[in-house]
Design a protein around this ligand. Structure first.
Ligand code: AMP
Ligand code: ZN
Length: 493
């Protein structure tokens, strides 16, 4: 089934196809900056990219996809962390790279085929800067830093429409340029940063003096080294669109003289209580904190996929409860199917880390599911198809509970349902073997009461809302209100 994905450059949905005759699909996803644990917002982006990777494997074949995701292991933040902790940079970045890998594994993200680090690709970055210098797209400033000359690239701003934006709101770039003194123009950006005392030992030799690469050049250089001059898809969170990806296009296209990426995709942010996650707001959750609250990493993966990836998603504890109970439902259904087919659940559903075989004939559920998820990664619609299939089949199973003859007659259909479910779970990256750590089931009568109370509160019927809260308390439940929703917890006995 062709994969159509919104392309941020043309602002249209376009089909993903490998451009080169070898049929390999070249996919670059900007990776983490390894100075602290990644937060669940970062993981929204990585989980969405993991679904893209899985769909690509399904479409083109597992050996026809090359997925590269870098590690930013040298920049202001990593250096500052190492300095603050009095540790070598490589010590700090190794610690957080290991943690990132452990979290990705817990979230069932497939490892990229290549995971290059900026510090092991200094030569490639210097080589690219050298070409840009020779072509007149870059210049060395008095302090030994090298800058990209934005005015030398006529297409600058095509991805983010930054020029239009500038005209509308005044020079946003000018307002943010901290190192304006060294540059010929405030919109120019650093390719090479001359060594400063704060950088300590973190500097490398270059034709322009000791220093370190700028952030943007690292992705251009590592992408070129591992995927070639032109790639099929480049992705990241929406905050990377400008300036990071705009600058990558400028550097790569000026250096290589050809298109950098055929397709650009940006997924939207995860919000907490309606706000972007940020350190200053104290709302940045790492995975461990979610697990400490009693949720499984698989439920987090599910919750991160509940919203359309190109729309902002509000993270709430309620969404985690909903994710846990949805996973329980899928697990229960899978177990029922296994019983009917006389198969063990563990063998059938928990030992399939690789791509399961596509059934010869696509059943209608799988066909609809693939249609939805291949259409701009519409995960909410895909979940809808998955669950309506489960409800339908469960009804059939319930209706035929006392009719063992019908079970014998329908073995083929049960197997199709199992195959379809395995494939859908593969694409979503949901592994059913993670036991749910949350035992609390919320009875529907209680959730109905809570909904009623929330509606009363929104309608400013405070007396009604208070009365409903009393009913909930009497039934042993506590309802905690927040600005954009509520959570429902059993009262401690
Ligand atoms: P960083 O480690 O800061 O370079 O970010 C790694 C990835 O996470 C990038 O693709 C960012 O765009 C993405 N990202 C950062 N914050 C969020 C957020 N709140 N929601 C979703 N993705 C995010
Ligand atoms: Zn990048």
């Amino acid at each position: 089934m062709p994969i159509r994905l919104h392309d941020s450059l043309t602002r249209t949905p376009r089909e993903l196809k490998p451009a080169q005759p070898d049929g390999i699909f070249r996919f670059y996803n900007c990776g983490p900056t390894v100075y602290a644990p990644a937060h669940i917002g970062n993981f929204r982006t990585f989980v969405v990219n993991d679904v893209i990777r899985r769909l690509l494997e399904l479409e083109f074949g597992p050996d026809k996809v090359k997925h590269v995701r870098n590690l930013t292991d040298v920049d202001d933040k990593t250096i500052k962390r190492a300095r603050d902790e009095g540790r070598p940079l490589s010590d700090v970045t190794k610690q957080w790279t290991d943690k990132f890998h452990a979290d990705c594994a817990a979230l069932n993200c497939l490892p990229p085929h290549v995971e290059p680090a900026a510090t092991t690709h200094i030569k490639e970055q210097v080589d690219m800067i050298d070409v840009l210098m020779q072509k007149g797209n870059a210049y060395r400033a008095a302090d030994g830093s090298v800058y990209f000359k934005v005015s030398s690239f006529g297409d600058y701003g095509a991805l983010s429409r930054v020029k239009e934006r500038e005209l509308q709101v005044g020079s946003a770039l000018k307002a943010t340029a901290a190192d304006a003194d060294e540059k010929e123009d405030v919109s120019d950006f650093a390719l090479w940063k001359a060594h400063k005392p704060d950088d300590g030992a973190n500097a490398w030799d270059s034709p322009w003096g000791r220093g370190r690469p700028g952030w943007h050049i690292e992705c251009s250089a590592m992408s070129k080294k591992h995927l070639g001059d032109t790639i099929d898809l480049h992705t990241g969170g929406v905050d990377l669109l400008f300036p990071h990806h705009e600058n990558e296009i400028a550097q790569s296209q000026c250096c290589n003289g050809t298109t950098f990426a055929h397709h650009w995709y940006h997924s939207e942010h995860l919000l907490v209580d309606g706000k972007k996650m940020s350190k200053s707001l104290g709302n940045m959750y790492p995975l461990d904190e979610i697990v400490a609250k009693g949720f499984s990493p698989m439920a987090l993966r599910y919750a991160l996929l509940m919203g359309h990836p190109r729309k902002q998603l509000s993270f709430t504890l309620d969404s985690m409860h909903a994710a846990e109970s949805a996973l329980n439902k899928i697990r229960g259904y899978a177990k029922d199917l296994c019983k009917l087919r006389n198969l063990t659940f563990e063998e059938t559903f928990t030992k399939s880390p690789t791509l399961p075989l596509i059934p010869q004939v696509l059943g209608s559920v799988l066909k609809d599911f693939l249609g939805r998820i291949s259409d701009d990664i519409n995960t909410p619609a895909a979940f809808g198809i998955l669950f309506s299939g489960i409800e339908r089949n469960w009804k059939w199973i319930g209706d035929h509970a006392d009719d063992p003859t019908s079970w014998v007659q329908n073995q083929k259909e049960f197997q199709t349902s199992i195959d379809e479910l395995r494939l859908m779970l593969f694409v979503l990256g949901l592994n059913l073997n993670t036991p749910t750590t949350l035992e609390v089931e919320r009875p529907s009568a209680i959730t109905a009461l809570a909904e009623k109370r929330w509606a009363a509160k929104l309608a400013k019927d405070f007396a009604g809302a208070d009365a409903l809260r009393k009913e909930l308390t009497a039934a042993g439940w506590s309802m905690l209100d927040r600005k954009d929703g509520y959570s429902l917890e059993p009262l401690k006995k």
